[in-house]
Design a protein around this ligand. Sequence first.
Ligand SMILES: NC(=O)C1=CN([C@@H]2O[C@H](COP(=O)(O)OP(=O)(O)OC[C@H]3O[C@@H](n4cnc5c(N)ncnc54)[C@H](O)[C@@H]3O)[C@@H](O)[C@H]2O)C=CC1
Length: 278
Amino acid sequence: MKVLVTGAGGMLGTDIMHAFKEHNTLGLTKPELDITKIDQVTKTIGQYKPDLVINCAAYTKVDDCEINKDLAFKVNALGPRNLAIACQSQAAAIVHISTDYVFDGTANRPYTEFDSTKPLGVYGQSKFAGEQLIKSLMTRHFIIRTSWLYGANGPNFVETMLRLAKEYSEIKVVNDQQGSPTYTKDLAQAVVELIKTPAYGLYHLTNSGNCTWYQFAKEIFRIEGIDIKVNPCTTEAFPRPAPRPKYSVMENYFWKLHGRPPMRDYKEALKEYLDSRG
Ligand SMILES: NC(=O)C1=CN([C@@H]2O[C@H](COP(=O)(O)OP(=O)(O)OC[C@H]3O[C@@H](n4cnc5c(N)ncnc54)[C@H](O)[C@@H]3O)[C@@H](O)[C@H]2O)C=CC1
């Protein structure tokens, strides 16, 4: 299968490239293909003629999106639209990555793919607009909502905690936001499995289990044997420009209905990630 990966230099994009190395895969970074430029997108996809495009490109700085609203919608909504138009005209399928931030976090049980969305901030709004544009412009789409990503190839929460532990003997971490940390390597492997069938549609895909950021930090330090005092705090005590959902655990319901075993527990995935850092 001929595959084209956008945002191939990003955290998930790099692991997607590894996972798809058995395929005939071309990865393009932002300087090589800017998804906001419709002419570039249609030309590149028209020339390469992929069977599948995997869109890992996004404007992911959640707080910056609040200030740079136009850029957020350009990259996260019009970018996927451009890809959808080009894919549709070349009869290519698309995998598009979306986010738990499409939810407002007021649920008291894991969100399924059937639940209503209500993004709280610009990032979530722009990502949701991207989902809608893809859905309305092409049928052969896999839209994957994932959450709390970490992996070898980008700044992430795990690396931030390990850095802070070198600088401080005591830190505070938010304990009233709950989600499912997900290892980019596991997500990339799940994408490999998913695209084997034409079971198009919307999927929630995360590692199993859930925690607060505070509990996630405690688990990182436990596995690493790091002695640091971690104090739980509220979101209000740690103000950020963009609002975050308090609860964004997602049931991987369609994945389950599709007959797939749950992705492994986040603690097991986290241990493998930490061990791989040496
Ligand atoms: N990091 C996280 O915790 C989560 C991420 N996601 C989604 O997962 C996907 C991958 O995210 P990450 O790998 O973490 O992000 P990342 O920021 O590491 O990678 C995104 C890549 O997109 C590229 N990019 C930005 N604007 C572009 C443009 N106009 N054209 C082409 N490329 C462009 C960047 O250069 C970067 O390499 C994104 O769709 C993101 O919204 C979803 C949930 C959680």
